[in-house]
Design a protein around this ligand. Sequence first.
Ligand code: ARG
Length: 465
Amino acid sequence: MSERHSLWGGRFTAAADETFGEFNSSFDFDRRLFSADLKASIAHARALKRIGVLSIGELAAIESTLTAMLEEAGNALFASEAESEDVHSFIESRLVAALGDLGKKLHTGRSRNDQVATAFRLWLREEIDRILHCIGDLQTSLINLAERYENAVLPGYTHLQRAQPVLWAHWCLAYFEMLRRDRQRMLEVQHRVNILPLGSAALAGSGVSIDREEVARELGFEGVSRNSVDAVSDRDFAIEFTGACSLILLHLSRLAEDLILYCTAEFGFVTLSDAVSTGSSLMPQKKNPDALELIRGKAGRVFGRHLGLLVTMKGLPLAYNKDMQEDKEAVFDSLDTTRDCLIVARIVMDNLSLDEARAQRAATRGYLNATDLADYLVRRGVPFRDAHEVVGRLVLLGLNTNRELGDLTLEEMRAATDVIEADVFDALDLENSLSGKDVIGGTARNRVAEELRVARELLEQQSKL
Ligand code: ARG
């Protein structure tokens, strides 16, 4: 009988079809859970010992065999054993090969259904730490980039039409905020990942009364699942994770899109480093933002994984169904892609340069100070709607005569409304436009400096976690 059948040989008379065997196997990818499953198996063995299922000597033998396997992890040691159905049966078969009948005792009071959920959660909990780290690194490069061009100004856009000037640092901080939420979200997901299902067995609960809370403590879980049927069929944590990854990628994709635009000849605000750009095989002049385009493209891939997992789960009757084996690749791929994109985005940001003069020029062309003129009129008692109308007419005059608002004469402006005085030119000035946005979260220099300080503090705290 092949190894595959040692898990359920008794009931079966014929061997599995070879093609089906390959189709059924998850070993190729779930070997990533190798260490996590071993740690959980050791904790389970200890729990069995506490209730007398294993003797001290038996536990010692099982524990040392599993620990030895743990130490081997990372070597390509088991490439030859790929015929195992999954990493869990692989570990068990290795244990039986090493210890004979004793190895067969480990599966007492446990099923692969609670085993897989446990290993998956344990593994994911740790991987989330790494993602949090990558988010923090990108946040740091955004703040560095903001400070590198502390005085720089950028045209802000709505509808991709020039709207109002903002500080470059303010734009950087916008993405910092998104990543701050991403971090919080991941931390929340991590809490819900960190619940122990082991002891739920196949679906009804373990037939031997292991102390689940003790197992949870030993493995560092924050709590134990409260319903065995739910515990073996719940993949909310995986869906939440791919959802949190999706939002990270959504943010990175928007960052990529902004920069792809900003590095065109049409905008010309930023230059990407050669290190993250490619050329054309045909057009010698080309320098393409492939790193950013790939980040934008991979967002679609991660959203697809998230949606795929939702659809896989939606029609499943309680409790475990083999459909759920599809959860691994969705999570693994989302994780790898998200981590890679965070790292590449950081490299892009670390090496990006801003053409401050050009960005500033763009921020002073195209009537970005029209709202400041309306605000000026409001300060002189004109109701905002009327002010809006008057300024609109002045913009039209500027458009027709190819001039900015600041190029109009005082007489021309006073012809529109006589509340305008010579100090109007101060109101139209770029610096005054910025300093006028003096609210929490506004782009006034003092406010942005304060947010940068807070951001630095936050990064400092995060780095200590
Ligand atoms: N490889 C399976 C998975 O990832 C493990 C659980 C199998 N359980 C079962 N009853 N067939 O979901």
